[in-house]
Design a protein around this ligand. Structure first.
Ligand code: PLP
Length: 416
């Protein structure tokens, strides 16, 4: 038995679906130690939008380390942090007319979510938060309390309280007008819903099964929040940094959330970095009221700034993402058409795509066939019924074709 089995905790998961030892990774390919290559339609669950070992980002990080740039500095001012803040302001915020303060909450997506929830409660003085069915916001207790998945919630070991789930877009198959239930509960003093401080939402639910909310639904939610004095928190941890095309996933809806959570690909190179963006009037923190040792991993700032300069000063990446997303959608629709009895559905937006099967066993079988043929894909959704297609945004057309060919073969091997 390997050291992974004898020493590493039973909690390990990805290593079970892909039982090889990976050694190298370049662009949209990973290589195991025997040299076998895999097309990566997983992309670090969205942490590798710019690909593995992106040469531009790698050079910046290596140069920084070799010149003895500060690596660890809590939230001390450093040249690397200044460069990141200035690049983020000039490349991301100003061109979009967004006025946010930038908070460094800790390195992970869950840290960004915890900070957002704490702040919303502090600002409004209310404890209740509204979340959505099939949401995923992270594994710490606060983030877990607004997460849907019952297995993950069960791991908490204590009651997860002060959150109320509402139906996400299309949860009731369009049989009920949007927000009918939510609005009724807010208006009725007998409903039992405490006045919420905030609503937390993903514009496309990644872990929840690649559920893409309609633009009108997102706009309707922003309007509802405004009318009822609830802060709108968009968790863009997985769908931000260009995954759906534009830098922020909510840009297409033309809304301005009160608080935005970013992590995963903001560090550019796969290095840990998270930010919580807040409207300036919400910045009521006392110094040190939220804290953490790893809130300034400077090589991550360096890679992040370089990624913004390389990919976000024009619309080449955004256009490429949308075009590749359409290409993926065409192939998924084609597969769905080929098996009319299998009730398959193509889902998603931008390069966050998925193929929904009727059950998790079938989707899991497709991912296993894909792995054997050299393609990394994971499942998502409440029963793992959606095979997720999330390559790096920088994947080449040839690599994308290769992966889609393997996917097509894997579905055929499973269903024929
Ligand atoms: C991955 C994810 C998180 C949690 O991020 P971690 O870095 O794993 O803590 C939170 N929200 C969303 C939408 C995510 O996809």
């Amino acid at each position: 038995m390997s050291v992974f089995e004898t020493l590493e905790s039973e909690v390990r998961s990805y290593s079970r679906g892909w039982p090889v030892v990976f050694e190298r990774a370049v662009g949209a390919h990973m290589y195991d130690e025997s040299g076998k290559s895999y097309v990566d339609f997983f992309a670090g669950a969205g942490a590798l939008n710019y690909g593995h070992n992106n040469p531009v980002l790698k050079q910046a990080v290596v140069d920084y380390i070799l010149r003895d740039g500060v690596t660890h500095g809590l939230d001390m001012n450093t040249v690397a942090k200044r460069d990141f803040l200035e690049s983020f302001r000039d490349i991301v915020l100003r061109p979009r007319d967004l006025d946010y303060k930038v908070m460094f909450p800790g390195p992970a997506g869950a840290n960004a979510v915890e900070a957002a929830l704490k702040l919303a409660r502090k600002v409004t003085g209310r404890e209740s938060v509204v979340n959505f069915t099939n949401a995923f916001h992270g594994m710490t207790l606060g983030a877990l309390s607004v997460t849907g998945n019952s297995m993950k919630r069960g791991g908490a070991g204590i009651p997860l309280v002060h959150a109320t789930p509402m139906p996400y877009d299309n949860y009731l198959d369009g049989r009920v007008p949007d927000f009918l239930w939510f609005e009724r509960l807010l208006a009725d003093s007998g409903s039992g819903l405490n006045e919420p401080s905030a609503v937390i939402v993903e514009t496309v639910q990644g872990e929840g099964g690649i559920n893409a909310a309609r633009i009108e639904w997102i706009q309707g939610l922003a309007d509802l929040c405004e009318r009822h004095g609830m802060l709108l928190i968009v968790d863009d941890v997985q769908m931000g940094c260009g995954r759906t095309g534009p830098f922020f996933s909510f840009e297409a809806a033309g809304i301005t959330p009160d608080i935005v959570c970013l992590s995963k690909s903001i560090g550019g190179f796969g290095l840990p970095l998270a930010v919580t963006l807040l409207k300036p009037e919400l910045d009521v923190w006392e110094p040190g009221e939220h804290n953490g040792t790893f809130r300034g991993i400077n090589p991550a700032f360096v890679a992040a700034s370089e990624a913004l300069r390389t990919y976000w000063t024009d619309d080449t990446l955004e256009k490429g993402t949308l075009a590749k997303g359409e290409q993926v959608e065409r192939v998924l629709l084609g597969i769905a058409e080929r098996y009319p009895g299998a009730d398959l559905r193509a889902k998603g937006r931008g390069l966050a795509r998925g193929l929904r099967f009727t059950d998790g066993a079938t989707a899991g079988q497709v991912c296993r066939h894909a792995f054997e043929r050299g393609l990394l894909m994971e499942t998502s959704g409440p029963d793992g019924e959606v095979a997720k297609v999330m390559p790096p945004l920088t994947i080449t057309d040839d690599e994308l074709d290769e992966g889609l060919r393997i996917l097509t073969d894997s579905v055929s091997a499973t269903l024929s």
